[in-house]
Design a protein around this ligand. Structure first.
Ligand code: WTA
Length: 652
């Protein structure tokens, strides 16, 4: 962990290029002056109740008004206490009543190229049918429904249908194993699983239902399985009376079902995410606060306008899909492109083909994807007209300045602001990000907090550190979108997030604030390494490696070293060069040159690809184990490709 005595290395992530917002953009932006932002931040900080009362009254529909804005019994917060609202109502009925019934809500394209468009009215009809169907399967308010589906409109429909009747959805990314599904079903006590006969991935069909069948053998709480026919898989086994088809149970329903007024603090969903231990935790979000946070952060950060075609490339199996495909944009009446498949099928230009075809104006994707595009080559981008784009976003990990610059130049044609959005499953929505009309950006910085977010960077004793000095990033005050708990494990919630620094939410990330008040996320607390008394962020070393033209991707971890405390181990994938001794030396020298001798990796291994979770995060825990020669321990159920691990181990 970083502290004020940690040596010089805290400050090396220096990036002094500054990209002011284009004047054209600022003219019509939601935030068009710095004063507007400052005023809102001040109001939200100093008169929080009034600020959020106004926001909630204006931007959500209330069946019954709330009586209290925020009840804060640390670490338990309740927002908009006593009120009743419904997230599906806010996403659908509210827009339809405002005259947007014929606006396209979801513009969908399947991997094989099939297309569908659903207006807000169409979407409400489908949601009502699904909700009615679920009711007939015995699902009501408070029941947990697991959703294990391809990225079809029915995935969003199922989520909103749960919200409509007060059921709690638990979306499980459709790449997880049967074991993981069963664990989640059991932890949450799920009564229904919604799935499909299969999904398309790079032209192949993955048999989702077969995986669910295996999970259901170990899921005693589940009474029914509702199955969408997506791929026409003939081999699906339907176990009666447990399993029913979507087209039998959902399609014949009338398509009108009033949204159930829900308490502000009723659980809206659970989403499982990996913690510092091997066992995923069910992050619990509630109705009103989450809905408001998702909607307002969407409007602020993406500067949403009526004629935008917005595309978030995430999967609904992750929080980004929850907040920025479903609840945020739909509450705001946006038109969302939704794509089912892989970015490189049938070819590496699929994303750019989609942007051109659908005239996408806002694109929100992940640095890992951007790095893949760089690797695949600019020719795939250059084939397409991307002039519809006006705003770009990234999420999920820090973006290295090289990837940022490529995104800026190749995709944004130096015309589109980039919003590097920092947030977490737990925060419900974006916490820090540039506001595209007013924030001058620096490649690699998520810049400043949104109104209502009060960050604090603290040392091990919980004391706030001086600006410039890195430390643990905490959030000092509750915000509407914050997690309300870990499903069924309040002790873990308290222990994990609120015990290290009493009274503050511990994000688990390290951060540094520069002299302009910009925040730089320096990696997870457990990614910080201490080499000969110098504290280093692994991201810094990775960034240095990736800035070498031969490096595609790099992951850096610490391993125990008798002399230095920790030594630096680097895993590197390269392009256009032989991974040989000469290149190894060149890269070590490159890091020395970029950061200094103390940051030079002790080990540098070449690898074809890096082991990643299915959400695209590099599995550092695994790399640390490999680097230190340990037996591989813990949950590796999210490994994208076990052969990667096997390959690395062979090289031991
Ligand atoms: C990391 C994803 C740097 C961070 C929304 C955080 C980032 C974790 C950024 C949460 C960013 C996410 N810059 N790091 N813009 N965005 N992270 O829960 O370490 O999947 O704590 O939520 O991703 O990941 P999660």
């Amino acid at each position: 962990m970083t502290d004020s005595n940690s040596g010089q290395i805290d400050h090396v992530l220096i990036e002094d290029r500054l990209f002011p917002p284009p004047a054209e953009f600022t003219k019509t932006a939601v935030f068009s002056t710095q004063e507007q932002y400052e005023t809102m931040c001040n109001q939200a900080a100093e008169d929080s109740d009034n600020f959020w009362r106004g926001e909630a009254n204006e931007h959500l529909h209330w069946f019954e008004p709330f009586k209290e804005v925020c009840k804060w019994n640390p670490p338990h917060a309740e927002w908009f206490v006593g009120g009743k609202t419904n997230a599906s109502y806010n996403c659908l009925d509210r827009n339809i009543e405002a005259g947007l019934g014929d606006r396209i809500a979801i513009l969908w394209e399947g991997e094989p190229g099939d297309q569908r468009t659903l207006t807000y009215s169409d979407l409400r009809t489908e949601v009502c049918k699904c909700a009615e169907g679920m009711k007939q399967l015995g699902i009501g308010a408070g029941d947990v429904v697991s959703i294990y589906m391809p990225m079809t409109p029915e995935l969003a429909i199922a989520m909103l249908a749960c919200a409509r009747i007060g059921a709690v959805h638990s979306v499980i990314f459709a790449g997880f194993s049967a074991e993981s599904i069963a664990d989640r079903n059991n932890d949450a006590g799920a009564k229904l699983v919604i799935t499909a006969d299969g999904l398309y991935r790079r032209g192949r069909v993955l048999p989702l239902k077969a995986t669910v069948d295996e999970a259901l053998e170990k899921s005693p709480t589940v009474n029914h399985c509702l199955v969408l026919r997506r791929v026409g898989n003939e081999d699906v086994s339907m176990v009666e009376p447990r399993d029913v088809w979507w087209h039998d149970v959902v399609d014949p329903q009338p398509g009108e079902l009033p949204a159930k007024p829900m308490d502000s603090e009723a659980s809206l969903f659970i989403l499982y995410t990996s913690g510092s231990t091997g066992k995923p935790k069910g992050i619990r979000h509630t109705t009103a606060g989450y809905n408001l946070w998702a909607k307002r952060t969407f409007q602020w950060v993406f500067d949403h306008r009526e004629d935008d075609i917005y595309w978030c490339t995430a999967d609904c199996g992750w929080i980004t899909g929850h907040s920025y495909i479903v609840y945020g944009p739909l509450s705001a009446g946006a038109t969302c492109l939704m794509y089912e498949g892989a970015p490189n099928f049938p070819a590496e230009d699929r994303f750019w083909e989609l942007v051109e075809k659908h005239k996408v104006t806002i694109l929100y994707t992940a640095p890992t994807a951007i790095r893949a595009f760089i690797k695949w080559g600019d020719e795939h981008v250059e084939k397409h007209d991307l002039s519809s784009l006006r705003l770009l976003g990234t999420v999920g990990e820090g973006i290295n300045p090289e990837a940022w610059m490529w995104y800026h130049k190749k995709i944004g044609a130096e015309r589109c602001p980039i919003v590097d959005t920092w947030w977490q499953t737990e925060t419900g929505g974006i916490m820090m990000s540039p506001l595209p009309g007013i924030t001058a950006t620096k490649p690699g910085s998520c810049t400043r907090p949104l109104p209502g977010v009060i960050p604090a960077i603290v040392d091990e004793t919980g004391k706030e550190v001086d600006d410039q000095h890195g430390g643990m990033l905490c959030i000092a005050k509750p915000w509407p979108g914050m997690l309300r708990g870990i499903w069924g494990d309040d002790d873990r919630f308290v222990q994990q997030y609120w015990s290290t620094v009493p009274g503050k939410y511990l994000t688990g990330d390290n951060a540094r604030k520069d002299s302009d008040g910009y925040y730089w996320i320096m990696g997870r607390i457990d990614d910080v390494i201490n080499v000969s008394g110098h504290r280093l962020s692994t991201i810094e070393v990775e960034s240095a490696l990736v800035s070498h033209e031969a490096v595609c991707e790099a992951a850096v971890v610490g391993r125990p070293d008798a002399l230095k405390g920790q030594a630096i181990a680097a895993f590197v994938s390269v392009r256009d060069r032989e991974p040989n001794e000469e290149l190894r030396k060149e890269l070590l020298l490159h890091v020395r040159k970029q950061i200094g001798a103390l940051a030079q990796p002790d080990d540098l291994r070449f690898t074809a690809t890096l082991p990643k979770t299915r959400s695209g995060k590099i599995m550092r825990r695994l790399l640390r184990d490999i680097a230190s020669g340990k037996e591989i321990a813990g949950d590796t159920s999210t490994l994208e490709d076990l052969s990667v691990l096997a390959k690395l181990q062979e090289d031991e």
